[in-house]
Design a protein around this ligand. Structure first.
Ligand SMILES: [Zn+2]
Ligand SMILES: [Zn+2]
Length: 254
């Protein structure tokens, strides 16, 4: 499985784009502004979108993406998320005032998109991928996704601060090859990280001591302008871990 970073920043500006990852060519994991960098053909090829949570930096490109592929798809583009996220999207985005409800267009029997409730603690299969959801600790409901394939296992934490259930779930896997985890703030902004339920280097380093696997660890969601400071703090705290600062256009193989 190829994991392509479309966006992984906590903000925008220049080369910065917000969270979105493309798995092979058919599965989009979050739809932040990074997803707007897909070509028209790549958008038409997508089959599924998984959303971690409803914050703007993770959904910003979804309304325009659905409009862009309107009329050019055989099957609906399936958007999977928690019931809470889907309700928020319906009430606040696809409410006919901000944007049309593309789950009803061009007609409810053959819509552009289909919203699928994916509860935490559950799992589903897409092709030979087994995908499971773990609720993590953020200011709104947020799911981590664990994606198990024949070639290896990958987890994206979404936005979160300490969540013991996630590390326990990962330790139950026979292997973990690739982990993308957020670290939104440097340690000097620890109070802001705690208030907004994001990691900073000291809290992430403490939690990674609970992880029994030794995956490549891609760090996402750096606050714009604090990228080098935050990553340097992480590297100093965890010299033994295989840390990578995620950047748009990188591709990882699982
Ligand atoms: Zn968030
Ligand atoms: Zn975020």
């Amino acid at each position: 499985m190829q994991v392509r970073v479309l966006g992984c920043s906590g903000g925008i500006g220049g080369e910065r784009h917000t969270t979105s990852f493309l798995l092979d060519d058919w599965l989009l994991l979050d739809a932040g502004t990074g997803a707007a960098r897909l070509t028209l053909e790549e958008m038409r090829t997508l089959q599924h979108v998984l959303l971690t949570h409803s914050h703007m930096d993770h959904i910003a490109a979804l309304p325009l993406l659905l409009d862009t592929v309107f009329g050019s798809r055989e099957a609906p583009l399936e958007v999977r998320a928690s019931e809470a996220v889907l309700r928020t999207l319906r009430e606040h985005i696809f409410n006919w005032r901000v944007w049309p409800d593309f789950s009803q267009l061009p007609d409810p029997a053959r819509p552009v998109t289909r919203f699928v409730d994916s509860p935490a603690g559950g799992h589903f299969e897409l092709g030979d991928h087994r995908i499971s959801m773990v609720e993590v600790n953020h200011v709104v409901p947020c799911w981590a996704y664990i994606i198990e394939t024949r070639s290896g296992n990958f987890c994206f934490t979404g936005d979160t601060t300490s969540t013991d259930a996630l590390w326990a779930a990962l330790n139950r896997l026979p292997r973990l090859d690739l982990l993308f985890v957020e670290c939104a703030f440097p340690d000097r902004e620890g109070p802001l990280a705690r208030a907004s339920k994001h990691y900073c280097p000291s809290t992430l380093a403490g939690d990674l001591q609970k992880l029994q696997h030794d995956p490549v660890i891609g760090i996402s969601h750096f606050k714009p302008g604090s990228e080098q400071e935050t990553f340097a703090e992480l590297a100093a705290l965890m010299p033994g871990r295989k840390l990578r600062a995620l950047r748009a256009d990188q591709t990882y193989t699982v």
